[in-house]
Design a protein around this ligand. Sequence first.
Ligand SMILES: Cc1cc2nc3c(=O)[nH]c(=O)nc-3n(C[C@H](O)[C@H](O)[C@H](O)COP(=O)(O)O)c2cc1C
Length: 201
Amino acid sequence: MDRFTSEILIRKKKKKVLKGKKILLGVCGSIAAYKSAYLVRLLVKEGADVRVVMTNDAKSFVAPLTFATLSKNPIIVEFYDKETGEWENHVEISSWADLFIIAPCTANTLSKFANGLCDNILSAVYLSATCPVFIVPAMDLDMYRHPATVKNIETIKEYGNVIIPVDSGELASGLEGQGRMAEPEMILEHVRNNSPSKVVK
Ligand SMILES: Cc1cc2nc3c(=O)[nH]c(=O)nc-3n(C[C@H](O)[C@H](O)[C@H](O)COP(=O)(O)O)c2cc1C
């Protein structure tokens, strides 16, 4: 087989991995949230069925309409609608998912995950999840290297979640260093290659 044919076969094989998979994407309040819009596009192009859960702060960075349009699904933000009393079943949402990616994951949400806090729909879905969970941190370098964050990341790993490493480079604050969210293509590669069979909870 020549190189050209084998590359086409590899691409075709890669494409199949996420086809038909139900992927839940959690988005937190970080400037890196704009990259997650492109991640949704990549996942949808792979043939995945994508639903997006946003924190309230995430809505200040990217409009829910952007994620709803790209994922072709309504966005999940609140536990319940205050006017109608209609509520989101976080257990149903998490059991729907084959994979759960949280990108970007803020220092705040990392801390909630490490400590079992459950004060918004994203943390409730996380605590209920039994599928593989991929956490993609994004924050400024001093937040990232703070002992509390380092400890929270270690704890989250011990729980069986996959941490997709941060990139190094120019940060939104103007500082240089570690903390940039991994690029969407890199996240996709991690998810394709590292799906753990079981999450320890
Ligand atoms: C412009 C701006 C950018 C921010 N970027 C980040 C970030 O990249 N990472 C982070 O951990 N927090 C960041 N924050 C702080 C979070 O938005 C804040 O901690 C918030 O409470 C996170 O809420 P959430 O985890 O519920 O989404 C940023 C705040 C602002 C105003």
